[in-house]
Ligand binder design. Structure first.
Ligand code: OKP
Ligand code: ZN
Length: 343
């Protein structure tokens, strides 16, 4: 499998997140990518660095003002004499105005963020932009004829919406990969998100589009992050009516029910007559994941890879979550190895 990865991910490090009332080291840390990289090197996969994409290519799926905020946020923070993690503490929720972006950095941060668990540090922009470039490069390789490619993205992306960041995500890498495939000639693209958490950002970005199907299998938002999107009755709107499928599952779900949902998801991809597939690949469905509650075991990840390969589509796999650091490398390698053998 062709792997696209950038060493710049390490610039997004040493952040803290608000977790159950306490500031703790961010679970989304550089070691995650290092464990995955080591497992993929051991498995013999080939690595390339991302190509350069102009910042304007991000505007295909993100609000330009949001992109400008992200790229300048930490410099504005430092201008006020601060350093370290930026975390917001006020949000434009019910009863407050959302029609203006506050002038000051604290208000602007609350305007664009949707949680207090996603730190911006000095190097966050460099890492997030490089991560997005990995996903777009993997899509370009597939559009140029490679049957599949994997973007080892960090930070992850599927929670990032058109104009909002959160859930450790800043730019929506998977959405950018899907858009790149569309722009390079694939008429209908499906996104099948297998991360433990609902891909709210991807759903938001393609909500009103009929050319991109979004499907997500995830812990039910009744109890699981991101809490406010990801229910089964969200089906897309306007031109996108019927082009979103959410398959929420309860905490404790194991392989039997999870793989039945995967079959349903793959049937939807086939019924959509997708010409290419993007897989936001979270391995936080693993039973040992510290922030998630499904029960998939090591032997299940190759089975996921084989089923995805059986769809028979040009495929871009994009790394999302997975926090049981040691095991995430094994589990990602399990998916990719079986995908390659099955393809
Ligand atoms: C990102 B991805 C707050 C706890 C919730 C958000 C989880 C984001 C998961 N400290 N944090 O989908 O794996
Ligand atoms: Zn996740």
């Amino acid at each position: 499998m062709q792997i696209v990865h950038s060493p710049l991910h390490v610039r997004h490090s040493d952040g803290v997140e608000l977790h159950r009332g306490e500031l703790v080291p961010c679970y989304e840390k550089p070691e995650r990518a290092e464990y995955i990289r080591e497992a993929l090197v051991d498995a013999g996969h080939a690595f390339v660095e991302p190509r350069n994409f102009a910042v304007e290519t991000l505007h295909r799926v993100h609000d330009p003002a949001f992109v400008a905020f992200l790229s300048t946020a930490h410099a504005r923070w430092r201008e006020e004499g601060r350093d370290g993690s930026m975390l917001p503490s006020g949000f434009p929720a019910r009863s407050l105005r959302r029609d203006r972006v506050p002038e000051g950095i604290n208000g602007a941060m609350g305007y664009y963020a949707f949680d207090a668990g996603t730190p911006i540090v000095e190097g966050t922009w460099d890492a997030a932009f490089a991560s997005a470039q990995c996903a777009m490069t993997a899509a370009a390789l597939v559009a140029e004829g490679m049957p599949a490619a994997y973007a080892l993205c960090r930070p992850p992306g599927h929670h990032a919406a058109r104009g909002a960041y959160g859930g450790y995500c800043f730019l929506n890498n998977s959405a950018l990969a899907a858009q790149e495939l569309r722009d390079r000639g694939f008429g209908r693209v499906a996104v099948l998100d297998v991360d433990y958490h609902h891909g709210n950002g991807t759903q938001d970005i393609f909500q009103e589009r009929g050319d991109v199907l979004t499907v997500s299998i995830h812990g039910t938002p009744e109890t699981e992050y991101p809490y406010f999107l990801g229910f089964a009755d969200e089906r897309g709107s306007g031109e996108g009516e019927g082009c979103n499928l959410n398959l929420p599952l309860p905490r404790g779900t194991g392989w039997e029910a999870w793989s039945a949902a995967l079959d349903t998801a793959l049937e939807a991809v086939a019924a959509f007559r997708a010409e290419a597939l993007v897989v936001p690949l979270g391995v936080d469905t693993y039973e040992g994941d510290p922030i998630s509650a499904f029960g998939l075991r090591e032997e299940h990840f190759p089975m996921i890879g084989a089923r995805l390969a059986a769809a028979g589509l040009p495929t871009v796999l994009v790394q999302e979550g997975g926090y049981a650091v040691r095991e995430i490398g094994t589990n990602v390698a399990g998916v990719l190895g079986a995908f390659e053998r099955g393809a």
